[in-house]
Design a protein around this ligand. Structure first.
Ligand SMILES: *Cc1c(COP(=O)(O)O)cnc(C)c1O
Length: 394
């Protein structure tokens, strides 16, 4: 039989995460590839999920989401960012940020419309855009002064007559960049001038380091009315398996996204929603401790990678550090990450898989540091051997 998969989804076959995680299991390697924490979320929040199940919150919740969670999200946006969203009509609970991104792109883009996204990008963006029959216009983030950023002229050049939306992820996976107010202003100016909708992926909004502030694009002048803001409990509360996210936007944008979302999943699972409402209201101190712990882990892994010979980019947020492999005499991160399990017993992700133009990220490798200290230490110990055997690796 010929490939039964529709043409627009070919090329989205097996993800690198599946390949690398399988390799980790087969070789008994430490997995610093996929970005999930190896410790649990706040105990009282986990207990709230269990009690919600026991209390019988086990049938379809309302389409837009459980009222308690929409109310908690509204309070959270107001308290942290000064943004007011009406729980009835401006907030929609989704099956994680992933569904929110897909539903937004499917709701907003006609076939042939263009969507700007910064490469490297979270892998679901390209797939969601392809599903919609839309066209991805990548703008490359490049190292500049120790962090990854974009050239405003390149951003402007990417916008054309068919551009409908821009996908903005800050804090950014996989580079760890937290966009500054000046960078966000460049994006906002373009959105206003060209009448674009901004879809912002803010799943790492609370995981920023060294006091760096996360600024939601919707707080910039003229942006609240044209921004679909996406958050998720997964990263904020270390419950990536709960797949509970939410959209905040003006009523007409929420209506559009919900029109698609209702036929993807109708609604998101009820017990997690009640537990996440508890989290947003009562566990932000726990999140602050998580953030401080992650900052220390960033430094721990960063120092270890530098000692092993990598050129390390210090992330201002997220779970991830970018390492340039060229100081080790290597050029291709895909080759290195395929060899790394047998060479050193460590799994990482070649950053090039997050690019529309992989050659632009060929020499970067992404390591996750959302892991226990002893796991990071053992990985660093193993990677130090890499430098010692570097002559044999190619
Ligand atoms: C983890 C992640 C997501 C997925 O969030 P879910 O709530 O699990 O769907 C989306 N965007 C980015 C940038 C992520 O790192």
């Amino acid at each position: 039989m010929n490939d039964p998969l529709v043409a627009r989804m070919r090329g989205f076959g097996t993800t690198i995460f599946a390949e690398m995680s399988a390799l980790a299991v087969r070789t008994g390697s430490i997995n610093l590839g996929q970005g999930f924490p190896d410790t649990d979320g706040p105990a009282a929040m986990l207990e709230r999920a269990a009690s919600a199940v026991r209390e019988g919150h086990n049938q379809y919740p309302p389409g837009p989401g459980v009222p308690e969670l929409r109310q908690a999200v509204s309070e959270h946006r107001k308290e942290h960012y000064g943004l007011a969203y009406d729980p009835d009509g401006e907030i929609l609970v989704t099956v994680g940020a992933t569904e929110a991104v897909a539903a937004s792109v499917l709701a907003l883009c006609e076939p042939g419309d263009e969507v700007i996204a910064f490469e490297p990008y979270y892998d679901s963006y390209a797939a969601a855009i392809a599903l919609a029959g839309a066209v991805l216009r990548p703008v490359t983030l490049r190292p500049d002064g120790g962090r990854f950023t974009f050239d405003p002229a390149e951003l402007r050049a990417a916008a054309g007559p068919r551009t409908r939306a821009i996908l903005v992820n800050s804090p950014h996976n996989p580079t760890g960049t937290v966009l500054t107010r000046a960078e966000l202003s460049e994006i906002a100016d373009l959105c206003r001038e060209r009448d674009l909708v901004a879809v912002t992926d803010e799943v790492y909004e609370h995981l920023t380091f060294d006091g760096v502030e996360h600024v939601p694009l919707a707080t910039l002048p003229g942006m609240r009315e044209r921004t679909v803001t996406i958050s998720s409990a997964g990263k904020t509360f270390s419950v990536t398996g709960w797949k509970t996210g939410w959209v905040c936007a003006p009523p007409e944008l929420v209506r559009a996204v919900q029109t698609v979302k209702q036929f993807l999943t109708f609604t998101a699972a009820a017990p997690w929603q009640l537990a996440v409402a508890h989290g947003l209201r009562h566990e932000m101190e726990w999140v602050a401790a998580l953030r401080d712990g992650l900052q220390a882990k960033r430094d721990r892994l960063g120092a270890g990678l530098a000692a092993a010979g990598f050129d390390v980019y210090r992330p201002a947020g997220t779970y991830f550090v970018q390492a340039d492999i060229r100081p080790l005499g290597l050029a291709d991160g895909l080759v290195l990450t395929r060899d790394l399990p047998s060479l050193a017993g460590v799994v990482a992700i070649p950053t090039q898989v997050f690019y529309a133009r992989p050659e632009r990220g060929a020499h970067f490798v992404r390591f996750a540091f959302c892991k226990k200290d002893e796991v990071i230490d053992e990985a660093v110990h193993r990677l130090t051997r890499l430098g010692e055997t570097e002559g044999d690796t190619e």
